[in-house]
Design a protein around this ligand. Structure first.
Ligand SMILES: [Zn+2]
Ligand SMILES: [Zn+2]
Length: 272
């Protein structure tokens, strides 16, 4: 399988001359195998992924970790929506009794079009998305993580390889954790690739405690205890410059190299 990061920024797009190497687009990651592609989140990074998919015959599935704006705002600009001979499997987001669809971005008010004006065929999946993808042959699991308003992490396995994607999660939140460390560790256990939120560094605390994002040091500990093969840290703070991310990567690599774990600060276009 091939994993690609299309948007690695958290919270809000951050186009800035200081950010050009890692990129300013928000959360979007794809996992591709043969003729199918699963897209996790539709932040502004999904726009460039859309360009790559134009004219291809890939079967497209879109799932969400949660519905914060940085994970959904790119959707109307996903060009395959405007291809007439295209079918897109769009999975509703269910969380604690509420349901939300990316089609709600097309309300004719926040965006000029309505769902009936989308040229592609939208196969909207209103039932549980994980069960649907399992039926489609994807070995996918999901769990609740620590994030205000609630969010999921996903784990996908294929032919003995596995990737875990948790774009928004506070490993060590104040108060009761929806996902205690031991549970996160077992969810990530032995993954070949872990793509995980590391929006903060120690200096951001305690001010950002409870905001729903992890400190890099805690993410390194999770990668180490779960014995993953490669950590790609993700959901960079919009204020974090390329140079600051280089320094975070250096720090994480020092922590992880003695454990034989590779580490990369995720950037737009990173493919694993
Ligand atoms: Zn986010
Ligand atoms: Zn969020």
């Amino acid at each position: 399988m091939q994993i690609t990061c299309w948007g690695v920024r958290g919270s809000i797009p951050a186009p800035d001359p200081k950010n050009t190497r890692y990129g300013g687009n928000t959360s979007c990651l794809s996992i591709e195998a043969e003729d199918r592609i699963v897209i996790i989140d539709a932040g502004t990074g999904i726009r460039s992924l859309g360009h790559e998919l134009l004219g291809t015959e890939k079967e497209i599935y879109i799932v969400l970790t949660h519905v914060h704006s940085d994970h959904v705002e790119g959707f109307p600009f996903f060009k395959p929506l405007y291809e007439e001979d295209r079918t897109i499997h769009l999975l509703d987001h269910h969380y604690e009794g509420t349901t939300w669809s990316l089609l709600e971005r097309f309300d004719g008010f926040h965006f000029p079009l309505e769902p009936s004006q989308i040229p592609a065929t939208i196969h909207r999946v209103e039932s549980d998305g994980v069960a649907y993808l399992n039926d489609e042959g994807f070995d996918l699991t999901r769990r609740v993580v620590n994030h205000p308003g609630g969010a999921y992490g996903y784990r996908l396995s294929l032919e003995g390889r596995s990737v875990v994607h948790i774009p928004d999660n506070e490993i060590d939140p104040p108060g009761n954790a929806a996902a205690p460390f031991e549970e996160l560790q077992s969810f990530c256990s032995g993954a070949d690739v872990l793509v995980h939120d590391a929006q903060y560094v120690l200096e951001d605390m305690p001010e950002k405690s409870g905001w729903g994002h992890s400190v890099l040091r805690d993410v390194c500990r999770l990668a180490q205890e779960a014995e993953v093969g490669h950590l790609a840290f993700f959901h960079h703070d919009p204020e974090r410059s390329d140079e600051a991310l280089d320094a975070m990567q250096e720090d994480a690599r020092k922590r992880l190299e003695t454990h034989g774990i590779e580490c990369t600060a995720a950037y737009e276009g990173l493919t694993l």
